[in-house]
Design a protein around this ligand. Sequence first.
Ligand code: ATP
Length: 305
Amino acid sequence: MITLQGLSKRYGDTVAVDSLDLEVRPGRVTGFLGPNGAGKSTTMRMILGLDRPTSGRALVDGRPYRELDRPLHHVGAVLDARAVHPGRSARSHLVALARTHRIPDRRVDEVLDTVGLAGAARRRAGAFSLGMGQRLGIAAALLGDPRLLVLDEPVNGLDPDGVRWVRDLMRSMADEGRTVFVSSHLMSEMQLTADHLVVIGRGRLITDAPLAEVLDNSAWSAVRVRAPHPEDLVTALEAEGAGVERPGAGELVVTGVPIERVGELAHRAGVALHELSPREASLEQAYRELTSDSVQYAAPTGGRR
Ligand SMILES: Nc1ncnc2c1ncn2[C@@H]1O[C@H](COP(=O)(O)OP(=O)(O)OP(=O)(O)O)[C@@H](O)[C@H]1O
């Protein structure tokens, strides 16, 4: 488990992380989202003891990272997959890392196999593609068979097979009861991968909630109804305080009432339905609503048509 307590980081006048309180729990994939500059990487660096908090604490299994006896067994991390000696082979890079942490060489071959790099193990890491570099970074993260994975944009540069592979890896790690904390800007991918979401903006916590709750709370979530004569249903819905829009003749978009209730009210009002379906929000839509006030580096809107 990762615990953040009043975690803050300033760089001069910039408040990169602002009093974050958070628990990242085991057994699920927690997506870590936020606009550019929100403070995600800085938070991850503090969790991994690479940056010192200005105030507050970041704890891994109850202790600061620097105080862990065998850190690679607690946490595997991929922050910058390019941080590899370019002249070394993938295998010798991992062997060097393993030996400094008293991990046997056979574990290196196991993780090379797991990430699909066994065939490229003796090639220079400097000549690796972006995707192969990501796989090597993940191999390093897995070396100590850690209880916790911290991944900063792990699917960056991966092809569709690679993206699916990372998704499956994170899923199986979480299903084994490990903690997976992953940042990404790819909302469609996060919607497929994450169980739980933490969203920050300008260094502050915006949301810490299950994915399903974030989607349900989106203004985009609604119920679509098609009915040739919906008037009595509209009256019943409005009496319940539902929001009812009428985008076209015989069409309703209903908010604020569960789909089952819309069905019951239609039945009671004797209104024939031609369609009753959920309009589900995408994470992209929900995320835009949540972060609309905290986007710092937005492209200008309007202009070209
Ligand atoms: N070493 C540093 N020195 C000065 N400012 C920094 C440093 N590292 C980060 N910052 C600033 O802290 C803020 C948070 O940056 P951070 O990289 O943590 O955001 P992020 O959410 O990871 O962004 P992105 O999605 O663009 O990777 C930004 O304003 C950034 O410019």
